[in-house]
Design a protein around this ligand. Structure first.
Ligand code: ADP
Ligand code: GN1
Ligand code: MG
Length: 372
């Protein structure tokens, strides 16, 4: 394998000599490796195999990322305080000029410069960190509000469309491919009890009450890098940056960053929404996005916390019922364990929903001119 990884790395126009590779195993979809180079004064790199069963057109996905990072880089270069090399990711082309390399087995690979002295968190430990992460994602949206040209390619169709996710779920229940329905009756009930309420964003969009934006669509909290002083550096993991609703970039971060437990916590007593972390993220996100957020968008932010715990529960449960064909799992019950943890988080948000709404409203009044 080492040799193969070295051969892959050498398909790209990197600066430096391959020394060693180390897997980074946080993600559920792609494969990621940290590549160290032999020379101390040359960058290290991130090598990724992009899952082409899920991302159907990797060349177009890569084109999206190039457009997005080029746009951000130009904007940052006009902001004197920015550190362009660490505030946006840098892709390295293959030696043939393409933004990917396809190996003989048909796999797609890409390389990014490793941003030095950076780290990410799977969960947040303080309100200030939550504020900084929220601000980084709000600012990310603000930077892309004026991306010129054609709409970005939709890398996964209907990715955060709740109506579509429910249809996939109901198809899975109907087909019962893995014969697991008996064990998930209660969870199926949880889904159906909330199904209609959870489609409100799609409905508001159709009615023209929520604008489509360029959104990140995977604002898991470990997709923001922090520096040695715990200040934010950069938003990463740009595979799903595309057109969508603002709910995507608020709800998914709350689901991961403001959870007192883990996404797949086996101990459900550990799982709940931490309101302080919610407040930090909300204040940061609204501050970072104040230049573009509309009153209607702010009005669905607290709801999006519930929506994304629900959507993720539906997605994990669908995969469990289908026999684990989408997410990487670490044991046979993993998708069900994840589902239960997401439902527990949702219940905690349901219990604290009034407070969540008040926090968002206060943050909007204090930080956002568009919010009367
Ligand atoms: P996944 O889709 O599997 O989550 P990511 O692109 O988020 O893949 O990368 C996984 C992890 O690798 C990140 O959480 C981060 O810790 C690290 N990482 C990714 N890209 C970079 C980078 N350019 N510089 C530093 N670390 C990175
Ligand atoms: C996947 O690969 P990763 O871990 O960044 C998934 C997200 C889910 C997340 C749940 C393309 O993200 O949508 O929210 O797992 N990405 C895709 O942890 O489906
Ligand atoms: Mg990631």
């Amino acid at each position: 394998m080492s040799n193969n990884i070295e051969l892959l790395v050498n398909q790209f126009a990197i600066d430096g000599t391959f020394k060693l590779h180390e897997p980074i195993v946080t993600g559920h979809i792609n494969d990621t490796y940290l590549i160290s180079t032999a020379e101390a004064d040359k960058p290290d790199y991130i090598l990724q195999r992009v899952n082409h069963n899920i991302f159907k057109n990797v060349p177009k996905l890569q084109e999206n990322i190039v457009r997005v990072v080029d746009h951000i880089r130009v904007k940052l270069s006009n902001i004197p305080a920015s550190d362009v090399a660490r505030n946006v990711v840098t892709l390295i082309p293959a030696k043939d000029g393409k933004w990917f390399h396809q190996d003989n087995e048909g796999n797609f690979w890409r390389i990014l410069v490793f941003i030095p002295e950076s780290h990410s968190y799977d969960q947040l430990s303080s309100e200030i960190l939550a504020y900084k992460a929220g601000k980084a994602f709000g600012e990310f949206g603000a930077l892309l509000v004026d991306l010129p040209g054609e709409p970005l390619y939709e890398t996964i169709k209907d990715f955060h469309n709740m109506e579509w996710r429910l249809q996939q779920f109901r198809d899975a229940v109907k087909d019962n491919l893995a014969n697991r329905l008996e064990s998930v009756k209660e969870e199926i009930g949880f889904v159906e009890e909330r199904a209609e309420e959870m489609c409100i964003v799609q409905k508001l969009g159709r009615e023209g009450k929520l604008p489509k934006r360029i959104v990140h669509c995977d604002t898991k909290i470990n997709n923001v890098l922090f520096d040695e002083n715990d200040d934010t550096l950069c938003v990463i993991d740009l595979d799903t940056v595309m057109s969508g609703y603002i709910t995507s970039d608020f709800g998914d971060a709350i689901r991961t960053g403001a959870n007192t437990g883990e996404e797949d916590d086996a101990d459900l007593n550990k799982v709940s929404l931490n309101l302080g972390l919610f407040k930090g993220y909300a204040e940061g996100f609204i501050t970072g996005g104040a230049s573009f957020l509309t009153k209607e968008e702010i009005g669905v932010l607290a709801f999006s916390g519930k929506l994304f715990a629900f959507m993720q529960a539906v997605r994990f449960l669908t995969d469990y019922i289908n026999g684990d064909t989408y997410y990487k799992i670490h044991h046979p019950m993993h998708n069900l364990q994840r589902t239960k943890a997401q439902f527990k988080l949702l219940f905690s948000m349901e219990a604290q929903y009034i407070e969540m709404c008040k926090i968002v409203e206060k943050a909007a009044k204090e930080n956002c001119k568009n919010y009367a």
